[in-house]
Ligand binder design. Structure first.
Ligand code: S3P
Length: 440
């Protein structure tokens, strides 16, 4: 049961960034020699990536808080004996498909009920153009889904590819395939998405160039066959996890918290700007750069929020944060509109529909459009929570679970969530951390 509490207070940190953690493990596994990673997210998604890399020959160990990866070198991956179980993780699946595509090995990918419904055509298309043979299950609505088998090819054919959908996973899959491909692999990105792969590849010593063309698209050119040098990596706290606590502090009266060491890369931090525009009292303290990534401590105080129109072009920089933004919008005064969010329908769940269903159960007035929600805020008045009877369905989606855990703090008498377990994929310890802020 998630129910109203007193003011949130205290100084805390959240687990490591999920996107950066996946990439830290994968690039380390491709370096020649031993890399050291601290701050790695030990959530199920990242552990699925680690297990898959182990199955392909990388030695990965953990001692205290330090992860050590003995890389096999680009081109050195071995044939896994068994299917790779990706659990709930789309990022693991799509990035590792790219990695395997340009190695002379094959692998079958399986996953849970949520991952098995997600579209993989977006990576199959460019990786097939590079020469990989990929056989996927075809669904009645013409989606290529898990289980699927990638038969890689070496040497693969370098590709020039314009991303048809704004996706850092697709971009990174192609970059990973390009690492073991002779010549230049080029990606044209009309809409900027998270750039952790580019930053980290540069740090590992790959020859990667990023330019802007005449139309304003980003052009990323990677020279294969790359040699990666082992690194020491400090993973910052995940802004996508911090987001839940930021909104919790904004909506619970009297709250004042500091969340330490959070990545504030502009390709990820769209939510914080929108919340500030809504009147949220959010400050960035001790700004610094760690491993090429901008980081700060974030102070958040309870604020009266007002509704806003969220422009569609900001979506990629807060793509995982819309569920929790909808909770903030439900408590703001006035209307919040969102658009351009088709991608939310193919995340761990259909997030537009799951959020619309759950918020409606709490008495929130909203309209579900094809590509967004329009929400009439309560002006800070407590949500109904169905008098404690509302049971929210999370559909195996960690961010739906955490969004409603936070919404529960602003209900009259609490709400229940059918399955809190998915939170383990990205934010182990979430409920204890939230409870600890409430009890200080
Ligand atoms: C991610 C990219 C995003 C995001 C996901 C992590 C990544 O997905 O939603 O949680 O680490 O590259 P898309 O590439 O599908 O937008």
């Amino acid at each position: 049961m998630f129910k109203p509490c007193g003011p949130l207070a205290g100084q805390i940190s959240v687990p490591g960034d999920k996107s950066i953690s996946h990439r830290a493990l994968i690039f380390s596994a491709l370096a020649v020699g031993r890399s050291r990673i601290t701050g790695l997210l030990e959530g199920e998604d990242v552990l699925a990536t680690a297990d898959a890399l182990r199955a392909m020959g990388a030695r990965i160990e953990k001692n205290d808080d330090v992860w050590t990866v003995h890389g096999v070198g680009v081109g050195g991956l071995m044939q896994p004996d068994q299917a790779l179980d990706m659990g709930n993780s789309g990022t693991s699946t799509r990035l590792l498909m790219g990695l395997i595509a340009s190695h002379a090995i094959s692998a079958t990918f399986v996953g849970d009920a949520s991952l098995t419904k997600r579209p993989m055509g977006r990576v199959i298309e460019p990786l097939s153009a590079m020469g990989a043979d990929i056989q996927a299950r075809e669904t009645a609505d013409h989606k290529s889904c898990l289980p699927l088998t990638v038969r890689g090819i070496c040497p693969a054919i370098p590709l020039e590819y314009r991303l048809p959908v704004a996706s850092a996973q697709v971009k990174s899959a192609i970059l990973l395939a390009g690492l073991n491909t002779p010549g230049i692999t080029r990606i044209i990105e009309p809409v900027l998405t998270r750039d952790h792969s580019e930053t980290m590849l540069r740090g590992f010593g790959a020859r990667i160039m990023v330019e802007t063309d005449a139309e304003g698209s980003r052009v990323i050119s990677l020279t294969g066959e790359a040699e990666l040098q082992p690194q020491r990596i400090k993973v910052p706290g995940d802004p996508s996890s911090a987001a839940f606590l930021v909104v919790a502090a904004l909506i619970v009266p009297g709250s004042d918290i500091i969340i330490e060491n959070i990545g504030i890369n502009p390709t990820r931090s769209g939510l914080f700007g929108i919340l500030q525009e809504m009147g949220g009292d959010i400050s960035f303290l001790k700004r610094r750069t760690v491993g090429g990534e901008p980081v700060a401590d974030i102070q958040v105080r309870h604020s009266a929020l007002v509704g806003v129109d969220v422009p569609a072009d900001i979506a990629p920089s807060m793509i995982d944060e819309f569920p929790i933004l909808f909770v903030a919008a439900a408590l703001a005064s006035g209307q919040t509109t969102t658009s351009g969010l088709h991608e939310l329908r193919v995340k761990e769940s259909d997030r537009l529909s799951q959020m619309a269903k759950g918020l409606s159960l709490l008495g929130v007035v909203l309209t579900e459009k094809d590509d967004g929600l329009v929400i009439e805020g309560s002006g800070g008045a407590a949500l109904s929570g169905g008098r404690g009877k509302a049971v929210i369905e999370t559909a195996l989606d960690h961010r739906i679970a955490m969004s409603f855990a936070v919404a529960g703090l602003a209900t009259r008498s609490g709400l229940s969530i059918d399955d809190i377990k998915p939170v383990e994929t990205s934010f182990p310890g979430f409920d204890n951390l939230l409870a600890s802020l409430a009890s200080r």
